[in-house]
Design a protein around this ligand. Sequence first.
Ligand SMILES: Nc1ncnc2c1ncn2[C@@H]1O[C@H](COP(=O)(O)OP(=O)(O)OP(=O)(O)O)[C@@H](O)[C@H]1O
Length: 281
Amino acid sequence: MNDTAVRVRDLRKRYGDVDAVNGVDLDIHRGEVFALLGPNGAGKSTTIEILEGHRRRTGGEVSVLGTDPGRPTRKWRGRLGIVPQTSNEQPELSVREIVAHFAGYYPRPRNVDEVIEAVGLTDKAGARLAHLSGGQRRRVDVALGIIGDPELLFLDEPTTGFDPDARRRFWRLIEGLAHGGTTILLTTHYLDEAEALADRVGVIAGGRVVEVGSPLELGGRATATARVGWLGPEGRQVLETDSPTQVVAELSQKFDGEVPELTVTRPTLEDVYLTMIGETR
Ligand SMILES: Nc1ncnc2c1ncn2[C@@H]1O[C@H](COP(=O)(O)OP(=O)(O)OP(=O)(O)O)[C@@H](O)[C@H]1O
């Protein structure tokens, strides 16, 4: 089997006179968690919706699990899981009813109660959607995305509105799915989320992919100038250096062991991301 889950070449989408997607190239490998980052209006949702077969493209080539999403089949759709950016399911249904209803769309769905448990809604399984909080409704969206046991899962800003505990639970759920071999494409505005979950991230701005890399390497992070900090006799010291290991070794000798309050930092994912986005403006 081909090890590419998603292949995109020169993808274009024009709305009137707006080039929302303007020549995107993307390769997502099977089993990979790939995060698409980018400012509001960058073209992330448009790209994802085209890959899902929910939006027609203006130009370019796209293959998703070996199929052109412009010519979707029922069988192909059954292999995908989708958590759209916004959804409005029937508010009068209970959590269990809606999840069971969606299970009926798929040839080999996961167990309804296990999925409800996985998204942390067991004690709300009998509650109507209308009576859930915003974050709980979002968890239902995630449950509907995974009930079909998809090969490829699309998550468009999945944790918006989640409290910190729910986000961590969601991260564990995604890690578990990825571990089980599910390919995952997510968009997020939370850089800690991308860093925690993604094998690779792609930064999209102005309808184009600006850079693709692992969260640790993006924008030259791994080799960027480091800041070494410590507490010296005259107070807090900070030194910018391209050879932090050497600086730490020298400090260790100077202090004859532990260096007080030692820190070594490099730019965060947010730092390099904001620089990249700034350069495209
Ligand atoms: N149905 C539409 N009709 C016209 N223009 C649209 C439509 N959908 C999106 N656009 C425009 O296309 C561009 C890309 O929008 P898109 O929703 O793909 O961005 P995004 O990266 O997902 O943004 P966000 O982070 O805010 O969700 C924007 O300029 C938006 O205004």
